[in-house]
Design a protein around this ligand. Structure first.
Ligand code: ADP
Ligand code: ADP
Length: 220
């Protein structure tokens, strides 16, 4: 099974992705997390991307495409994967398609800008695992600490207000048109477009996703 989680920053892609990974037993590949891991490991190529990412801009297509395609060629993706955050431009989608990347479903999470800003302002993050919390909606058991490792949580560099507003605009102008790109290819292969409102608690959104997946027989 191959899927794509799609939606604006802060819509809950990472949070729902981790739940789907557990439920479907296939890896969720987040290009954002790949970049964050590379930056924290101090790789010199990745450090050049640090400023681009912190300011809310997109990493150049040629860099992301190679990383994403290489990652999904690895053995743990043989029986499927869910991509979170790739493709994000038409060019990325075209090259992925030319390289044979096909999706069975696109899961689109929908959230309005006010709620995006509220969620991202309260986002706290555990860098090593990618686990995400929210200071009021999903607080950790101990303030400022990851529930499992008890390591400190951080605010992401790119979660400043300026960067968030830029990312919302990039999503609307550059990323969202990808949906039309995939819809136009729908006749060539089966692709379910599952659209789910991101409002409501994490468990409620997860339940809606599973319900819609059952309706279109992606899961039983
Ligand atoms: P968000 O939570 O805002 O959706 P991600 O974790 O998916 O963020 O990505 C964080 C940042 O990493 C993006 O704002 C962008 O700078 C970079 N990035 C991730 N994936 C891509 C991609 N496919 N193309 C270009 N840049 C990307
Ligand atoms: P994305 O990966 O799309 O950028 P995240 O999964 O990181 O989004 O979620 C953004 C913020 O919103 C995090 O602080 C997360 O804990 C919180 N969050 C995610 N889903 C929900 C939800 N259904 N209700 C309330 N807060 C949520």
């Amino acid at each position: 099974m191959k899927g794509l989680i799609f939606g604006p920053p802060g819509a809950g892609k990472g949070t729902q992705g981790l739940l789907l990974e557990e439920r479907l037993h296939i890896p969720v590949i987040s290009t954002g997390q790949i970049f964050r891991d590379a930056i924290s490991s101090g790789s010199s190529e990745a450090l050049q991307l640090k400023e681009i990412i912190a300011s809310g801009q997109l990493v150049p297509d040629e860099v992301v495409i190679n990383i994403a395609i290489d990652r999904i060629s690895q053995s743990d993706c043989k029986s499927g994967f869910i991509l979170d955050g790739f493709p994000r431009t038409i060019q990325q989608a075209k090259v992925a398609s030319e390289s044979g990347v096909r999706f069975d479903f696109i899961l689109e999470l929908v959230l309005d800008s006010d709620e995006i800003v509220r969620r991202i302002s309260g986002r706290r993050f555990h860098p090593a695992s990618g686990r995400t919390y929210h200071i009021s909606d999903r607080p950790p058991k101990n303030p400022g600490l990851d529930d499992l490792t008890h390591e400190p949580l951080i605010c992401r560099d790119d979660d400043s207000m300026d960067s968030v507003l830029k990312r919302i605009k990039i999503y609307e102008d550059i990323t969202k048109p990808i949906l039309d790109f995939y819809t136009s290819q729908k006749n060539d292969f089966t692709l379910e477009h599952i659209k789910v409102g991101g409002l409501g608690g994490v468990d409620a959104v997860h339940a809606s996703i599973l319900e819609k997946m059952r309706q279109c027989q992606i899961i039983s």
